[in-house]
Design a protein around this ligand. Structure first.
Ligand SMILES: [Fe+2]
Ligand SMILES: [Fe+2]
Length: 213
């Protein structure tokens, strides 16, 4: 991030590496009384992300608004969703599931797919930032978008088939309250600046603030 921030409500804290103050608002957790339904709805949002990635991959023309929507999702919404699953849902399911559920193998696979997706998103971030600035999608980036969309779509199909039924069956009301509290707390936090995703998001937010002033 470069330049001088003229908005007094927003600044980078160089000691903590956190963005402080005003930031883009995360999508509201709908189905607020039930974190399982909330996560299920997040999967619907991710299907929209896949559709956006497919649309960007299909064109050689500049699509800055589309690239911005994808970059914001990859930098903000998807990381929060991954953390909901990796830090809250998966550990709780591991604690509650029965041996006959044979859950460990599938959760290990899903966590591995998260890691692969995060690496791919980090590689795409610089190109997406250029597309936000008006660059046309290059063929290599279009191929990467196709691959990411296909992989994420497969991931969603597996999760939708397995996680909500198991969660509804095994999670206690107290589990659900704890999950929801953790998801809400995560969305109250400012993103850390020590990730490529957070830096890309800060750059977009900074540019948006500059356009407003
Ligand atoms: Fe998910
Ligand atoms: Fe996932």
């Amino acid at each position: 991030m470069s330049g001088t921030n003229t908005n007094p409500d927003w600044h980078l804290d160089h000691d903590t590496g956190m963005i402080q103050g005003t930031r883009a608002t995360l999508p509201q957790l709908s189905a607020a009384e039930c974190p399982i339904e909330g996560m299920y709805e997040k999967h619907f949002n991710q299907r929209e992300l896949c559709a956006d990635m497919d649309a960007l991959a299909a064109t050689a023309q500049p699509r800055p608004d589309l690239a911005r929507r994808i970059l914001v999702n990859l930098s903000r919404d998807l990381p929060a969703h991954f953390e909901d699953e990796e830090q809250a849902l998966f550990p709780t399911l591991r604690a509650r599931a029965l041996p006959e559920d044979e859950l460990e193998k599938i959760l290990t696979r899903l966590e591995r797919e998260h890691e692969i997706a995060k690496s791919a998103f980090a590689l795409l971030n610089p190109a997406l930032a250029c597309m936000v600035d008006g660059a046309p999608p290059m063929q290599d980036d279009r191929d990467a978008l196709w691959r990411l969309s296909a992989a994420e779509s497969r991931h969603l199909i597996v999760e939708n088939a397995i996680l909500p039924p198991l969660a509804r069956m095994h999670l206690t009301p107290e589990d659900k309250r704890a999950l929801l509290a953790e998801m809400c707390a995560r969305r109250e936090q400012s993103p850390r600046m020590d990730s490529a995703c957070a830096r890309a998001l800060a750059k977009i937010e900074y540019a948006a603030i500059g356009e407003q002033t």
